[in-house]
Design a protein around this ligand. Structure first.
Ligand code: C2E
Ligand code: MG
Ligand code: MG
Ligand code: MG
Length: 281
């Protein structure tokens, strides 16, 4: 229901946005107000390590809890935030909130990492690393527990600068994942040029796993290639036991998706991890 509302909402904003600059300004104002009023919330979705059956990480996924319209999905407002410039303060908030939650989480579940989505625009800003460093220091959180998710479109256009930044992140102890892998314009061969730790295979590939032999072959090839580069693989959008079993057979490292759990608020995450540890420890 919320998703349906969200989609209508998007259509509305989208038309307005392209009508004139004033509308874009109004949207920015609306998003800024939402940020000031604390209408955004981070949800967390666990990633399961297939071998150890432990939860290795949680991915932070932003939600807009609109007072009238209910939950609006990030697919609707992130592109608009990027277009209006509000992505910067929004990303500052995401980074801080995720680090603070990680700091608390660490006290109870010391091995669970925090994976944070980074907009290409934010990643390319000149003070990106500096701000990140400051946040980590002010929260006093272990950077080895932080993972950043970047899409191919974030690293590819400015390859040289990206390599530099990714190398810096590595030096800081932060790990990097390439998100939505397979949907970008790049070939597999570019991967070895970037210091990457994790590949996240896009859910469009995972969806086909039970149906088509060819797609299983593609996923298998991605996993083998990644492993030969010492990159670990997460399959996104795993919904069924069948998909899980295929991925296990193909030596995929980690799975994320409704088969394990939907994204949830931080309070529910604690309950989930408690339950999981009771089952698998
Ligand atoms: P993403 O980073 O690829 O996140 C995965 C999306 O797949 C999430 O959608 C998640 O809820 C959804 N998902 C997870 N498991 C399943 C499953 O088994 N089946 C299906 N059908 N879907 C599943 P969500 O939360 O709506 O986020 C959409 C996109 O919005 C994200 O894609 C990411 O690109 C962006 N996004 C979300 N949060 C943030 C954020 O904090 N910052 C930035 N820059 N982007 C964000
Ligand atoms: Mg992601
Ligand atoms: Mg993804
Ligand atoms: Mg995606």
């Amino acid at each position: 229901q919320a998703k349906k509302n969200g989609r209508n909402q998007y259509a509305l904003y989208h038309d307005e946005m392209h009508s004139d600059g004033k509308q874009l300004f109004q949207l920015e104002t609306a998003l800024r107000k939402a940020l000031d009023r604390g209408e955004f919330e981070l949800y967390y979705q666990p990633q399961l390590d297939i071998k150890t059956k432990q939860i290795r990480a949680v991915e932070a996924l932003i939600r807009w809890n609109h007072p009238e319209k209910g939950f609006i999905s990030p697919g609707m407002f992130i592109p608009l935030a990027e277009e209006s410039g509000l992505i910067t303060p929004m990303s500052d908030w995401i980074m801080l909130q995720a680090c603070e939650h990680l700091k608390q989480l660490q006290l109870h579940f010391p091995n669970v990492k925090m994976s944070i989505n980074i907009s290409p625009i934010y990643f390319q800003q000149i003070d990106f690393l500096e701000k990140l460093q400051k946040t980590i220091e002010s929260v006093n959180v272990n950077p080895r527990l932080i993972e950043l998710e970047l899409t191919e479109s974030a690293v590819m256009p400015h390859a040289e600068q990206s390599v530099e930044r990714l190398t810096m992140l590595k030096t800081m102890g932060i790990s990097v994942a390439i998100d939505d892998f397979g949907t970008g314009f790049s070939t597999l061969s570019y991967l070895h040029r970037f210091p990457i730790d994790i590949l996240k295979i896009d859910q469009s590939f995972t969806k086909q796993l039970s149906q088509y032999q060819e797609d299983s072959a593609i996923v298998e090839a991605i996993i083998m290639m990644a492993h030969s580069l010492r990159i670990q693989v997460v399959a996104e959008g795993v919904e069924t036991k069948k998909q899980y079993q295929v991925l296990e057979k193909q030596c995929c490292d980690f799975v994320q998706g409704y088969y394990v759990s939907k994204p949830m608020p931080i309070s529910e995450l604690y309950e989930f991890l408690d339950m999981w540890n009771h089952l698998y420890d």
